[in-house]
Write a protein that binds this ligand. Structure first.
Ligand code: P61
Length: 454
């Protein structure tokens, strides 16, 4: 069959509140042209993030009733721990309230002034948590991945030559190496097993641990199955297990590839590091058998981890994201290629060449998408990454707008509506203008900055 159906039925629905273009003009102006400042009731199709926005299954909701809220030693923790270790066999599984809390703990332990943390590309919270300790977050993406139009199967791969030269010259400043799977800021592109394996070999040679930022591990594994020779007949579950067998630890946001609305964890094999992590956890998150989560959240994650490696789900997930991507390609909208797992990344710099990077073409496109169709997307470009630690401002590597697809939430007709809105916007794109920043906070400015149309 050509048609890949959603492999679920709808049992419970949430109404979408309709708005007109006039309503949205007023609402976005009141929000100072920052989409994070909108009320979500005023959004028709919310593609701001795939994080924490998944629809949970009947099995997950049922499991939540088994949540045991004991302060210490809850059976919900042990079910959670077993589900994680079934896929990611690390010694120590430390729950946190979300991914950035795991990052905060990890970098409090291993970061600090003068240190360098290499990664294929740090996501913004990871970068912010590295830099908050005084350490440097270094992105070592391969050149080919910086060309959005280039088709290559594993554009998330870290540049092994640059990594090796860093370890050879400055290795004593590197506490660990990270790989973000899939590479969110680089377009949701997967990392190949060959690259994970080779990174591990380099790390072993220089005595460095390898950690995976594993938010979208299942999508990454499915791309390995589809694209990497030798894996086509392996189960996704086995591929996942192999990915983690090459790592010494991981950070995770259960809000992505665990179908949960909240949660995360930090995992590792090193006993001493785990001891230090649990000490910090108790200060900031909670006792090690709940780590800032309710027992019911741990239950939802445990079931979510079983469901996320289901290959019918993953086929639908990857194919439905590609459906939107292909429609945009067909109408001539430049997007990061090949289409990633959780999102479409529109190349706003290429689409709006008349808007300079420091007038934020990505923000301009995101605002217009809201005006035209009530669609909320997220700028991943100069607004998010342009402010440098020394206070200066520079264009980001790319100016992208991400249309992130919440898991199991929207149907094909929602996506067809998004495509129609793009067609309208694309026809009038030359009329779009840039924006300036009227106010910004000292860190993570994209969340709260206020803009003015130029
Ligand atoms: C997202 F606008 N991602 O993609 P937490 N690593 C990676 C992530 O993608 C990630 C985290 C760590 C989000 C949420 C988000 O400025 C933003 O559970 C690869 O969100 O703490 C999160 O996991 C952190 C959206 C985060 C943003 C920061 O939409």
């Amino acid at each position: 069959m050509k048609t890949i159906i959603e492999p679920f039925r709808i049992k419970s629905v949430e109404p979408v509140r309709m708005t007109t273009r006039e309503d949205r003009e007023a609402l976005i102006s009141q929000a100072h042209y920052n989409l994070f400042s909108l009320r979500s009731d005023d959004v028709l199709i919310d593609l701001l993030t795939d994080s924490g926005t998944s629809a949970m299954s009947t099995r997950q909701w049922a499991a939540m009733m088994h949540g045991d809220e004991s302060y210490a030693g809850s059976p919900s923790f042990f079910r959670f721990e077993a589900a994680v270790q079934d896929l990611m066999p690390f010694q120590h599984i430390i729950p946190t309230h979300q991914g950035r809390a795991a990052e905060k703990i990890l970098f409090t332990i291993i970061g600090g002034e003068g240190r360098i943390v290499p990664n294929n590309t740090h996501f913004d919270t990871t970068r912010a948590n590295v830099e908050a300790t005084g350490a440097r977050a270094l992105d070592l993406l391969r050149e080919e991945a910086k060309n959005p139009a280039l088709e290559a199967p594993f554009k998330g791969d870290i540049d092994l030559e640059q990594l090796e030269s860093l370890l050879a010259t400055d290795g004593d400043r590197v506490p660990l190496v990270m790989l973000t799977v899939t590479n969110n800021s680089g377009g949701g592109q997967p990392v190949s097993m060959a690259n994970i394996r080779a990174t591990k070999a380099l790390c072993a040679r220089y005595g460095k641990p390898l950690f995976l930022d594993a938010c979208r591990f299942a999508e990454n594994a499915y791309f390995i199955k589809l694209r990497e020779p030798g894996y086509e007949n392996q189960s996704v579950k086995n591929i996942v297990r192999e990915m983690f067998s090459h790592a010494d630890g991981m950070t995770m946001s259960a809000k992505k590839d665990a179908f949960a609305n909240i949660g995360g964890w930090l995992a590792m094999n090193d006993d001493e590091m785990a001891q230090r992590a649990r000490n910090i956890l108790i200060l900031t998150e909670g006792f090690p058998t709940y780590g800032g989560l309710a027992g019911r959240d741990l239950e939802a994650i445990a079931v979510g981890l079983e469901e996320i490696v289901d290959e019918d789900y993953l086929e639908y997930r990857i194919r439905s994201t590609a459906y939107l991507g292909q429609a945009l390609i067909d109408m001539g909208v430049p997007i990061v290629r090949p289409v990633g797992g959780h999102a479409i990344y529109v190349d706003a710099r290429a689409m709006l060449p008349h808007i300079p990077a420091l007038a934020y073409p990505g923000q301009s496109l995101a605002v217009e998408l809201y005006r035209v169709g009530g669609i909320r997307a997220c700028e991943i470009g100069t607004v998010m990454f342009g402010r440098q630690p020394d206070g200066s401002e520079q264009p980001a590597v790319m100016d992208l707008v991400r249309l992130a697809i919440p898991r199991r939430v929207y149907t094909q007709s929602h996506i067809d509506y998004v495509i129609e809105c793009f067609a309208e916007l694309n026809a009038a794109k030359d009329r779009l203008t840039g924006l300036s920043i009227a106010w910004e906070p000292s860190a993570l400015r994209h969340f709260t900055a206020r803009f003015k149309p130029l």
